[in-house]
Design a protein around this ligand. Structure first.
Ligand SMILES: Cc1cn([C@H]2C[C@H](O)[C@@H](COP(=O)(O)OP(=O)(O)OP(=O)(O)O)O2)c(=O)[nH]c1=O
Length: 201
């Protein structure tokens, strides 16, 4: 596959969705999962600051291992009524989250940080996508929670999977909901000189 790298890139993430989106975008990269405790950030932090902070922490945890590469860290959350919804633990939490999102609009915030060990946080960006759920019946909620899909996903759903049936409307970046805003990420990597669209001889 044709790639657009000019320099080495490391993805500090264990998310299979982020891996798939980066591959789809034609970026060559290595994965090094950031081994961090996400609970170090206060869940009462405003949602945009929360994701920015976690994306920085993930990128910073991995970058020192790769002096000659750009390291990308990212974080995704769902926010409704200024409350952060992370990944549900167990059926009851999944059902509670999905019930809260039913028939309403919420924000999905993804932040990414691109850094190198010889620089401070070079770029941090946060993107907000507005998503409206249809009105869900209890049967639909329970059935979906039982598919197992909600449990490793912010807000308890996956728009790219079975969870597509929950979403009535979306305004903004689709890939941002899945875990990485590809358009903005590519722009940021290009402006740092990490990728290029022109062949160099
Ligand atoms: C809302 C939504 C989230 N998600 C996923 C994207 C992220 O993988 C996950 C949010 O958890 P994150 O903590 O952002 O990421 P992660 O734990 O999966 O991976 P890492 O910290 O190693 O980078 O939710 C979907 O896949 N689809 C969706 O529709």
């Amino acid at each position: 596959m044709k790639t657009i790298n000019k320099e080495k890139i490391v993805l500090a993430s264990g998310s299979p969705r982020r891996k798939a989106l980066m591959t789809q975008a034609g970026i060559a990269f290595k994965i090094h999962v950031a081994d961090i405790d996400e609970s170090i950030v206060d869940p009462g932090t405003p949602p945009e600051n929360y994701v920015c902070l976690l994306s920085k922490i993930k990128a910073r945890a991995v970058a020192p291992n790769y002096p000659d590469a750009w390291t990308i860290g990212a974080d995704t959350i769902v926010a409704i009524d200024n409350t952060i919804l992370g990944k549900p633990v167990g059926h009851l939490q999944a059902v509670t989250m999905l019930s809260r999102l039913s028939n309403r609009e919420h924000s999905v915030f993804t932040a990414f940080t691109i850094t190198r060990p010889d620089a401070h946080d070079v770029v941090t960006r946060v993107i907000n996508t507005r998503v409206r759920f249809k009105k869900l019946s209890n049967d639909e909620i329970n059935w979906y929670a039982d598919t197992g899909e909600p449990y490793d996903k912010a807000g308890g759903y996956g728009i790219q999977g079975i969870g597509a049936f929950l979403v009535k409307e979306i305004s903004g970046s689709y890939t941002n909901v899945v875990g990485l805003p590809v358009c903005e990420l590519i722009d940021a990597l290009a402006s740092l000189g990490a990728i290029r669209f022109k062949e160099t001889k």
